[in-house]
Design a protein around this ligand. Structure first.
Ligand code: AHM
Ligand code: MG
Length: 340
C-alpha cells in the first residue's frame, strides 16, 4: 500500500479483500489507535500533567502499579467498550475479564492487552509501549467467559504494539506480514511508514537481563557463554548486548535490525512458583505472531510459542524470540539438555 496512507485507510483496504466484511475490524483497530494516541499524549507530557509515579494499588499479579498503568488501562476500556466492536476485554491490569456495560452494543472480537508494558521505565523517561492481541469471539456468545479468551496464539486474528519512544510507532499484523505506522502529532494520524517488515537473519546482538545469570538453566548459560566468547569461541564472531527492560522496545529493535530477546524461566522464578516472568496471552503471543509474520521465530525453549495451550488468563511463560536461526539454536540447546 502507499507509504503515507493512514492506518484507517490501510485497514479499510485490507478489509475489502474479505467477503462479507462489516467494517467492525476497521472500527476496532481505530478504537485501539485512539487509545494509543491518548496514552502517547500522556507519556509525552509526563510530569507536566502529573501522571508519573506509583499508584496506590497492586495488580492481580502482586505488582505495584504505576499511575500510568491504571490510566492506560482505563483509556483502553473507554476507547473499546461502547463502539460495538468487541464482546469483551482482558488486560494485565485487571484480575479477570472486563464485561461490557449493560446495553452496550456487542461486537465479534475479544481483545487482550498490556496497556503499558515496561512500566519500570516510565519514571525515567525510557520507551514503554502498549501490546494487544485480537481474537474472534465465539459465535452467538453474548457474555464471554474467561475460557473464551484461552485460545492458543495461532488463533489470533491480529496482534500489535504501540511503542512510545522518540516517535510513537504502531506495529501491526493481521496475518499477512507486518506493517509500521508512525504517529504524525501535527494532525494526530498514524501513517504507514514501513511495510513487509522482515527480521534480519544475520545478527550478532542478544538481549537478556544478565543480572539473573546465577539462576539460569544450562541451555541459556551455554548460549550466552558462547556469545560472550566472541571471535575466539565456537560462534566465531563478536556479539553485542542490549537490555532496555521494555519488551516493546526490544521487539521493535529486533524487527528493525535483528537479534534475539530472552526472558527465560530460571531457578529463582521457579522457586517463586512461576513458569516465567512474561505473560502468555497479552505479551508473548502477540509478540510471537509479529515476529513470525516478519520471518523470525518465538519459542518457550521447548515449544513454539503460538502453540502453547493456555490454561489461565495471566499465565506466565519463558520467552525466546527473534532472528530464526538464533532462536532455533537456543531451542536445540534445550532439546539436547532434555535428552541428556
Ligand atoms: P511489566 O508488564 O510489568 O512492565 O513487565 C514486563 C517487562 C518487559 O517489558 C521487560 O522485558 C521485563 O519486564 C523486564 O524485566 P526485568 O526488570 O526483570 O529485567
Ligand atoms: Mg507487561
Amino acid at each position: 500500500m502507499r507509504i503515507g496512507t493512514t492506518l484507517t485507510n490501510y485497514t479499510i483496504n485490507k478489509q475489502k479483500g474479505f467477503q462479507g466484511a462489516s467494517g467492525t475490524f476497521t472500527g476496532l483497530l481505530n478504537d485501539i489507535a485512539v487509545a494509543c494516541k491518548r496514552i502517547s499524549d500522556l507519556v509525552n507530557k509526563g510530569d507536566l500533567v502529573g501522571v508519573l509515579g506509583a499508584a496506590e494499588s497492586e495488580n492481580v499479579q502482586g505488582e505495584q502499579q504505576k499511575k500510568l498503568d491504571v490510566i492506560s488501562n482505563d483509556l483502553m476500556i473507554e476507547a473499546l467498550q461502547h463502539n460495538g466492536h468487541i464482546a469483551g476485554l482482558a488486560s494485565e491490569e485487571m484480575d479477570t475479564i472486563y464485561h461490557l456495560p449493560e446495553g452496550a452494543q456487542r461486537g465479534n472480537y475479544l481483545v487482550l492487552c498490556d496497556p503499558l508494558d515496561g512500566s519500570s521505565n516510565i519514571d525515567v523517561n525510557v520507551s514503554v509501549g502498549t501490546i494487544f492481541s485480537i481474537l474472534k469471539a465465539p459465535e452467538g456468545v453474548e457474555k464471554p467467559t474467561e475460557a473464551d479468551f484461552l485460545k492458543p496464539g495461532t488463533e489470533q486474528v491480529a496482534a500489535g504494539y504501540c511503542l512510545y519512544g522518540p516517535a510513537t510507532i504502531l506495529v501491526l499484523t493481521t496475518g499477512d506480514g507486518v506493517s509500521m505506522f508512525t504517529l504524525n502529532r501535527d494532525f494526530g494520524e498514524f501513517l504507514l511508514t514501513r511495510e513487509d517488515v522482515r527480521v534480519p537473519e544475520e545478527t550478532a546482538e542478544f538481549a537478556i537481563n544478565m543480572s539473573y545469570r546465577r539462576h539460569w538453566d544450562a541451555p541459556i548459560e551455554r548460549y550466552i557463554a558462547e556469545c560472550l566468547e566472541g571471535e575466539q569461541g565456537v560462534r566465531g564472531k563478536n556479539f553485542n548486548m542490549r537490555w532496555i527492560a521494555s519488551m516493546v522496545a526490544e521487539v521493535h529493535r529486533i524487527l528493525t535490525r535483528g537479534g534475539i530477546f530472552m526472558y527465560p524461566a530460571d531457578a529463582k522464578i521457579r522457586a517463586s512458583g512461576k513458569a516465567g516472568k512474561l505473560r502468555l496471552m497479552y505479551e508473548a503471543n502477540p509478540m510471537a505472531m509479529l515476529i513470525e509474520q516478519a520471518g523470525g521465530a518465538a519459542t518457550t525453549g521447548r515449544q513454539r510459542m503460538l502453540e502453547v495451550e493456555p490454561d489461565e488468563l495471566h499465565q506466565r511463560v519463558p520467552v525466546i524470540l527473534g532472528s530464526r536461526s538464533e532462536v532455533e539454536r537456543v531451542a536445540s540447546y534445550h532439546d539436547e539438555a532434555a535428552a541428556d
